[in-house]
Design a protein around this ligand. Sequence first.
Ligand SMILES: [Zn+2]
Length: 235
Amino acid sequence: MTQISGEKLISFMQEQAAHITFLTGAGVSTPSGIPDYRSLTGVYHGLEEPEYLLSATCLKYEPEKFYAFVKHLYHPDAKPNIIHEKIAEYCRQGSALVTQNIDGLHQRAVTPQMVAFHGNLSDVYCQKCQAAVPVADYLTSDVHANCGGRLRPNIILYEEGLPLQRIIVAEKMVAQAQLLVVVGTSLKVYPFAGLLDAKKLDSQVVVINREAPSRPLAADVLEYYGSAEEIFKEL
Ligand SMILES: [Zn+2]
């Protein structure tokens, strides 16, 4: 692994503006005031793991518990920050984005060519009648007023598989890129982390993060340690 200077990284991204695929995670949303949900469990449900509270089993057998937890993931006042905005601009020029974030901030920055790999909390539907329901209704009650069915957000829960089509589109986005920019994720979550395996042999990978990723990265990956906001401000 080789470190890259901020200056070099910025010129790299500017040169490849139309040929980047961004891979983003929770670190992109923390400047918007959205905490990583893993940090919430201690506060609200000392004994339960987020892996259970956000599982298909919990939703099915203890829907009240699921709802009580998932409500804390909504931050209606959070706004897209400079990272979301610059990525949206790049995607309007031909770049692409695969995000593992479910907070909907990339969508609110109006980002074309994007895949919300794990879904979007803002898409809520009724499990009984399949109708789409406004988020505001869901935050009031998880019971569908029209039919009495349980509502849920359209996110991938633990124990649920990803739609194959979504994986294929995301892999295509990775495969078409000349430059892959990984921001705000330590690449711990599979299959998201495995997307990099789809890259072209001659494309460059740059990781922007505050800390070193837990999974050892390939030797030809460039790393920038520091604030992603500072980098995106300069683009
Ligand atoms: Zn319904």
